[in-house]
Each structure stands twice: as structure tokens, then as C-alpha cells.
Design a protein around this ligand. Structure first.
Ligand SMILES: Nc1ncnc2c1ncn2[C@@H]1O[C@H](COP(=O)(O)OP(=O)(O)OP(=O)(O)O)[C@@H](O)[C@H]1O
Length: 517
């Protein structure tokens, strides 16, 4: 069955590229959205915003958050972890007040996606590997960091798979020491009473650690304080990014590092001899390869290059985060360049982080309409992009901010595009892509194959080369963590079913849950 499906993918690709060529010839609605947006034409009507239908698991998370509980949310790629976090942030701001909710992530890219700040800058940790006491001493010397630690009521940490165990324990130690005046260590509240919302999938990218010895702790779940930190640990199990059950099943196997022969056959079907669709984003593990491919492709077009310089405001300390975020210091584009949107502009029109397209022209806009003086080296021009979804748009500058609680401490203004012939696997974590190509023989770390492949919506959009089964691997510690986690959840399930049978009451769907020990 899977073999037949892999032939079907190849055939479907052939016809879709023919259809795309036909569409280009038609050049149907070239100025459609462009006209509406900037020139007063009649653009397509925005479809009504659909009401969110939360799954039972998601409802359980929202209830727990509303009840003041600390929650760890996990689940495979595309199960809505970041999506629900955005709602949790709004909910917590209503409960605790805007200034007492801090949104963080271990990397600038992930932090910027939620308009938050990096975990290091929130905590006042600075750079360098220090032991727990030295980190605390450093924080004590940082007046603003102490203020944040005292003020925070709810702390959100996204992409926890990249937070290491020692850092997680150090943060808990700092929180407890700075926030709780209780002299008896044993009576102090865990995390100093902060409501902690942590989200991530440990099968995705691991923490970047300089030196590790064999028995060193790596992942946050190995932290001494991990179990005691949460009232509820829950796995979201409904995948939204993909709808094809065959692909979902394939990705579940890859996530766990399984080399199922049927799945490998399916992957082989994605390694067809055809040249990958030119609109497919090439994913590389190393940034040097990404830059090389993008530069070469740009050069080969031999078109006039336009440079957009980011406009930054704020303290140097906070600006560092924006520089390591996704919006580039300088964006170089030209007509014909493949580009990707790096901000959710209008999700209901599929104008989301990860949407790809091509620059069709650089449009003159009225002087200073966008306050763009000094932004582009060729004056007041904006890129007009035809997205692969068919939508056309003059892309205006957008803003990224770093929030310190409710205060904006740095902002960057830039055109929300990057070149997208190639992209790094690290930068694509969290994105959804329609078509991608990756060379699996080049990946070097746990979770990389899974992160790369799980970005795609359908098998028809997946182009592979260098299929080496040995590269599909999951870290043994992560496998063990989820094995225990799922067994505990199954035990809870059984107990709940028994309870239900006893009281013969019907009710909510039962999910995998582990409770605070
Ligand atoms: N209840 C829901 N109803 C409809 N769509 C949803 C729901 N929950 C999540 N989604 C959609 O699922 C998609 C994937 O969500 P999201 O990016 O948050 O997943 P994720 O778990 O964070 O993935 P990753 O681990 O890859 O970052 C998004 O397009 C989001 O809009």
C-alpha cells in the first residue's frame, strides 16, 4: 500500500509542476491583491475568522492554567503547542496583569516568534557556563534582573527541548532564593511560587552544550526539580499540521528514531530522480551551506539587488536578541528571488511564518508612506511578492519587539522576508512549509531529521536525497523519558476508566497525563 502511495507521490508531483507552469503562463491575477492593498482596487474578501475548536487535551491545559497550575505541554510537531501558548499568554495576562507575565524561549528565533525575550536575558544570566552559585551571584548584581524575578507571577518557556538540565535547575534555584524569604530551605516554595508554563518536544532539537561527559545530564527533564515543578504534564496528541494519516504515522516513527521498512519505502518514494521542485525550500543543518546556496542563486539571476537595512531602537543588551532573531540585519533581494515570510501577517489568508513565494517586482511607494527613509538603498520601494498559495502582496515593513514584562525594551523594523532557496534546520523549527528538500546524509544531531521532515504539510511536498536510515535516530534518554511518561499516563487512564465505570458517568476524553509528584 505504502509502495503504491510512493508512486502516486511521484505522479502527482509531475502533474502539479505542469499545472504550475500553466498557471504562470496565464498570469491571471497579478495585480489583484497588490491593487487592493495599495492602489484601492477590489481585493479578495478576507474569509471569516473560524472559531477555534479546542481538543479535549487543549481544554484540559487551558483549565489547568486558569486554575493557577504549573503545566508542561508536550506533543509531536504540529500538535498546536505554540498555538495554545499564544492563548495561554493572553489568559495569564488577564489573570496576573500584563507586567507580571514573562514570555521566554532559549533561542532568539523562538523568543521573537512569541514577542518574548530569551530565557538568558529574562533571567539575567549573561553568557558563559557558570555553576549554580556563580549564576545566582551574577543575577544578584543585576538590579533589573532581580526586579524581574521578584515581579514575575507567570513564566512561560517555549522550545524547552533546547534548555539543558543544569540551566533548568539553576533557574529554579535562583527563583526560590530570590523570591522566598523563608529561612528554612525545605519550607521554600518550588520556583518561589511562580506559575510555570513550559512547552516543547524533546524529540526535536536538543540543547547546544559545549562539553558533555558520558553521564552528564543533558535534557531539562533530567533536572532534579523537573517532576516537582509541574501540577500537570500533558501530551497533545492531535496533529493539525498534516492531515494525511500515512504521513502522520511516518513522522511518528521518525520521531522515535524507528526504521520501519515500510516507512523507508515511503521515504524512498520522496527521493525520486526528478529535480526537486524549484519552489521547495532546501533545508541544511549548517548555516554556512544556507548562505552559500542563497548567495549563488541570487547572483545567478543577475538582477539589480535591493538592500533593506533593519531599523533598530533600544539598549544594546536587548538588541543582541533581535540580531540573533529571524529578521536579518540586512535583507538583500531582487526580482526573481525566492523569499519566505517570517511573520504571521494574516493566518486566515495563509500569510504565515513559513509562506514562500517569489519577488515579482520592486514597487515605488509614495515618499515616507512607510517611514522607510534610509531603509532601502534604492529609496521608497517595497517588494511585491507572489506567494505560492497564489496570493499577491506588497510586503510592508513589520516590527519585532523584545518585551521585558509589559515594557518594550527593543524594537526592530524590517521587511518580513528572508531568502528561501535555502534555510537552516534550526531556523525552521516551529515553521510549516508546503514544499521542502533536504539531504538526510548531512544531518548530525538527534532530532534533526524529524524537525526537518515534520515541517511539511503533505508527502507530495517532500523531496529527499541521501536517505541514510542510520541518521533517523532518537536519543535513548528521550525515548526512556517518553516511555515512562506514557506508561504513567496510561495508568491514569485506567484509573479514570475504572472511576467512570463505577459511577457510570460519561464525560470528557481521557488523555495521557502525569501529575506533580
Ligand atoms: N485547536 C485547533 N484548531 C485548529 N487548528 C489548530 C488547533 N491547534 C493548533 N492548530 C494549528 O496547528 C498548526 C500547528 O500548530 P503549532 O505550530 O502551534 O504546532 P507546534 O506543536 O508548536 O509545532 P512544532 O513542534 O513543530 O513547533 C497551526 O497551524 C495551528 O494553527
Amino acid at each position: 500500500m505504502k509502495l503504491i502511495f510512493s508512486y502516486a507521490i511521484t505522479a502527482c508531483r509531475h502533474f502539479s509542476s505542469q499545472a504550475a507552469a500553466f498557471d504562470k503562463k496565464k498570469g491571471s491575477n497579478f495585480f489583484f491583491f497588490k491593487n487592493k492593498k495599495k492602489y484601492g482596487g477590489n481585493g479578495p474578501k478576507t474569509p471569516p475568522r473560524p472559531k477555534i475548536k479546542w481538543t479535549d487535551e487543549q481544554k484540559q491545559v487551558l483549565d489547568a492554567v486558569g486554575n493557577g497550575q504549573s503545566v508542561f505541554i508536550t506533543g509531536s510537531a504540529g500538535t498546536g503547542k505554540t498555538f495554545i501558548l499564544e492563548h495561554i499568554i493572553k489568559k495569564l495576562r488577564k489573570i496576573h496583569g500584563r507586567s507580571r507575565v514573562y514570555v521566554t524561549a532559549p533561542t532568539g528565533v523562538a523568543a521573537c516568534a512569541l514577542n518574548g525575550q530569551t530565557l538568558h536575558s529574562f533571567a539575567g544570566l549573561g553568557i558563559g557556563d557558570l555553576d549554580r552559585q556563580s549564576l545566582l551571584d551574577r543575577v544578584l548584581l543585576d538590579r533589573r534582573a532581580c526586579y524581574r524575578w521578584k515581579k514575575v507571577k507567570a513564566l512561560i518557556i517555549d522550545e524547552t527541548s533546547m534548555v539543558d538540565a543544569n540551566l533548568f535547575d539553576s533557574l529554579e534555584h535562583i527563583a526560590r532564593t530570590l523570591r522566598d524569604d523563608e529561612t528554612n530551605e525545605l519550607d521554600k516554595k518550588i520556583w518561589g511560587g511562580i506559575q510555570l508554563i513550559v512547552s516543547g518536544d524533546f524529540f526535536q532539537l536538543p540543547p547546544v552544550l559545549k562539553r558533555t561527559k558520558k553521564n552528564d545530564k543533558v535534557y531539562a527533564f533530567e533536572a532534579d526539580c523537573w517532576s516537582a515543578s509541574f501540577d500537570l504534564q500533558i501530551e497533545l496528541t492531535t496533529v493539525f499540521r498534516q492531515s494525511d494519516s500515512l504521513l502522520i504515522q511516518l513522522l511518528q516513527g521518525i520521531r522515535k528514531g524507528e526504521n520501519d521498512p515500510e516507512d523507508l519505502k515511503l521515504l524512498e518514494g520522496c527521493c525520486s530522480g526528478y529535480e526537486p521542485d524549484p519552489s521547495a525550500v532546501r533545508l541544511y543543518p549548517r548555516i554556512a551551506d544556507v548562505n552559500k546556496v542563497n548567495l549563488e542563486k541570487m547572483k545567478s539571476l543577475e538582477n539589480k539587488v535591493y538592500v533593506y537595512k533593519a531599523q533598530d531602537l533600544g539598549d544594546e543588551q536587548w538588541m543582541r536578541q533581535l540580531k540573533s532573531g529571524i529578521a536579518p540585519d540586512e535583507l538583500e533581494i531582487c526580482v526573481g528571488a525566492r523569499v519566505m515570510l517570517i511573520k504571521n501577517i494574516n493566518p486566515w489568508r495563509k500569510l504565515v511564518n513559513g509562506a514562500t513565494g517569489m519577488v515579482m517586482e520592486l514597487c515605488k511607494v509614495s515618499e515616507n508612506q512607510y517611514g522607510m527613509s534610509n531603509m532601502c538603498d534604492h529609496g521608497d520601494v517595497l517588494p511585491f511578492v507572489k506567494f505560492d498559495s497564489g496570493l499577491e502582496l506588497v510586503v510592508e515593513p513589520e516590527e519585532w519587539v523584545v518585551m521585558d514584562g509589559d515594557k518594550v525594551v527593543a524594537r526592530r523594523r524590517q521587511i518580513p522576508l528572508i531568502l528561501s532557496w535555502a534555510l537552516s534546520i534550526h531556523k525552521c523549527q516551529g515553521m510549516t512549509l508546503d514544499k521542502l528538500h533536504t539531504d538526510l546524509s548531512r544531518v548530525f544531531d538527534f532530532g534533526m531529521v524529524y524537525v526537518a521532515l515534520s515541517r511539511v504539510r503533505s508527502l507530495g511536498g517532500l523531496y529527499l536525497s541521501g536517505l541514510e536510515p542510520s541518521k533517523i535516530k532518537a536519543h535513548p534518554k528521550v525515548l526512556e523519558f517518553y516511555h515512562t511518561f506514557n506508561s504513567e499516563q496510561d495508568e491514569k487512564k485506567k484509573a479514570l476508566i475504572a472511576d467512570r465505570n463505577e459511577s457510570s458517568s460519561s464525560g470528557q476524553t481521557i488523555t495521557r497525563i502525569t501529575s506533580k509528584k
